[in-house]
Design a protein around this ligand. Structure first.
Ligand code: HEM
Length: 407
C-alpha cells in the first residue's frame, strides 16, 4: 500500500493522528509514503519498529528524519552509528544516570512550585506556554550549569527552532535562525570555558575536558553535542506534559485519580509511563543500509524509514487495549516513547523525573481544573507531535460545576 501523504497539514483535532495510525495498522505493519517532495517507508507495528531500531547495521542513524535529510549540523550522538556512537554513549552515560539526575530534584521541585503558584493565582492559563515550555528549559539550564536568568533568551530561540507558526506549519528559515543562535551561544560558552581553564562539576564546563580514545574533542563537535542536548530534551518533555494535561483535563476520572495519588504522596510512575506510551510524541527516522525485504516489500539501500512511535505504542502487540489510556496498567510496559536499541533516549531518567515532578506539583496545588470554556486544543504533527496551546481554567471548582461533555 502507498499513501500520498502521512502528516496532516497544519494543525487538527488532538485524537486524529492516533486514530489514523490505528486504522492503517489494522491492515499493514509498513506502508510507503509518496509525498510531492519526498518518499519514505513508514513502520506502524510495534514488533517491527523495535526490531528495526535494534539493528543499526541495517538501519543507519545517518538520517534521523525524512523531513530534513541533510541538516546543516550533524547531531551528536544521535546521528552516529556504531562503533563511533558506542564511544560517545560511554562518554555521556555518566551524566545521565538516575543518580546524577536525582541530584536535580530539589531545584526542579522548587521551580515547579513557583510556576504553579503563579498560574494558580491567575486562575487560568495556557499550560503550553506558561508551564510546559518553560519547565524543561529551566531543567536544561540547570543541567548544563547555565544561569537560569538566561531563560527568556533560550525560550525565544526555542520558539524559533521548534515551535510551529500559528497555522501549525513550520518555516525552515525561522527554524535555522533559532538553531544558529543556539550554536553561536554554545560556541562562545565553550570558548569561555577553555579560556578559563577550569572544569567545574557542571556538564557544559566538563565538555572541554572530554576525550575519545585519548583524543581531545574539537569545539565544533562539542557544539554539535550541546545542540542535540538542547533540542532533545525540550519539546519532547514539554509536549509529553501538554498531552498528559490535555488528557486529564478532558477525562475527569483519570484527573481525579492523579489528584488522589498526588494528595496521598503515592507513586506517579505508572501514570507517567502510560501517558508517555499513549501520547508518544517523537517520530524518528533511519536510512536503509542494504536492500532487504520486509513483509513482502522491497526496501532499497539509501531509502528512508519513518517510525511514528505512537503507532507502535498503540499496537495491541505491545499491550492489550493499547488504543486507550489505563492509568493503572502497571509500570512495566516496555513502550517505545524513548525509542529502542543503541540510541534509546539517554535522557529518559531525567524525562521521567521531570514528568513526575511536574504532574505531582500541579495536582498537589491544583487538583481540579478543566479545559477553558470555548477552548478546542489543536495538535500538530512534526518530528515531535505537539499542542498549539492548552487553555485551562476552573481551578478548584466543585465537581458538579464542571463543564459537561469534557470526558
Ligand atoms: C518525554 C521526553 C523525551 C522523549 C519522549 C524522548 C525520546 C527520545 C527518543 C525516541 C530518542 C531516540 C532517537 C533515535 O533513536 O533516533 C531519544 C534520544 C535521545 N534523547 Fe530523548 N526524549 C525525551 C527527553 C530527553 C531529555 C530530557 C534529554 C536530555 C537532554 C534527552 C536526550 C536524548 C539524547 C542525548 C538522545 C540521543 C541518544 C543517542 O543517540 O544515543 N531526551 N530521545
Amino acid at each position: 500500500m502507498s499513501l500520498t501523504e502521512h502528516r496532516m497539514v497544519g494543525a487538527g483535532p488532538v485524537e486524529d493522528a492516533g486514530r489514523r495510525f490505528d486504522d492503517l495498522r489494522g491492515e499493514h505493519t509498513i506502508v510507503k509514503v509518496e509525498e510531492p517532495e519526498r518518499a519514505y517507508w513508514m513502520v506502524l507495528g510495534h514488533d517491527l519498529t523495535r526490531e528495526c531500531l535494534q539493528n543499526p547495521s541495517a538501519f543507519s542513524s545517518d538520517v534521523i528524519t525524512p523531513l530534513n535529510q541533510d541538516p546543516p549540523f550533524k547531531m551528536i550522538p544521535i546521528q552516529l552509528d556504531p562503533p563511533e556512537h558506542t564511544r560517545w554513549r560511554r562518554l555521556l552515560a555518566r551524566y545521565f544516570s538516575p543518580r546524577q539526575m536525582a541530584l536535580l530534584r530539589p531545584r526542579l521541585e522548587q521551580r515547579t512550585r513557583e510556576l504553579v503558584a503563579e498560574i494558580k493565582q491567575k486562575g487560568e492559563c495556557d499550560y503550553v506556554s506558561e508551564f510546559a515550555l518553560q519547565f524543561p528549559t529551566v531543567v536544561f539550564l540547570e543541567m548544563m550549569g547555565l544561569p537560569v536568568d538566561e531563560l527568556p533568551r533560550f525560550l525565544e530561540w526555542e520558539k524559533l527552532a521548534l515551535a510551529p507558526s500559528a497555522d501549525g506549519t513550520f518555516d525552515a528559515d525561522r527554524q535555522a535562525a533559532g538553531i544558529l543562535s543556539v550554536v553561536g551561544y554554545f560556541q562562545a560558552a565553550i570558548a569561555r570555558t577553555r579560556d578559563g581553564g577550569e572544569h567545574g562539576d557542571e556538564l557544559l564546563s566538563q565538555t572541554t575536558a572530554w576525550e575519545l580514545d585519548g583524543v581531545p574533542i574539537s569545539d565544533d563537535v562539542l557544539v554539535n553535542c550541546c545542540l542535540l542536548l538542547f533540542l532533545a530534551g525540550l519539546d519532547t518533555v514539554a509536549m509529553s506534559l501538554a498531552f498528559a494535561m490535555y488528557h486529564l483535563a478532558t477525562h475527569d476520572a483519570d484527573r481525579e485519580h492523579v489528584a488522589a495519588v498526588a494528595a496521598a504522596g503515592g507513586s506517579m510512575d505508572e501514570i507517567v509511563e502510560e501517558m508517555l506510551r499513549f501520547y508518544a510524541v517523537p517520530e524518528i527516522g533511519r536510512k536503509v543500509v542494504h536492500d532487504m525485504e520486509i513483509d513482502c516489500h522491497r526496501l532499497r539501500a539509501g531509502e528512508l524509514v519513518l517510525f511514528p512511535l505512537v503507532a507502535g505504542n498503540r499496537d495491541d502487540a505491545l499491550v492489550a487495549g493499547a488504543d486507550h489510556v489505563d492509568l493503572r496498567r502497571g509500570r512495566t510496559t516496555p513502550h517505545l516513547a524513548f525509542g529502542g536499541g543503541p540510541h534509546r533516549c539517554l535522557g529518559s531518567h531525567l524525562a521521567r523525573i521531570e514528568m513526575n515532578i511536574a504532574l505531582r506539583g500541579w495536582h498537589e496545588a491544583v487538583p481540579v481544573y478543566r479545559l477553558a470554556h470555548g477552548a478546542t486544543p489543536r495538535a500538530y504533527w512534526s518530528n515531535v507531535h505537539g499542542l498549539m496551546e492548552l487553555r485551562l481554567s476552573g481551578f478548584g471548582e466543585a465537581c458538579s460545576e464542571r463543564r459537561e461533555g469534557a470526558g
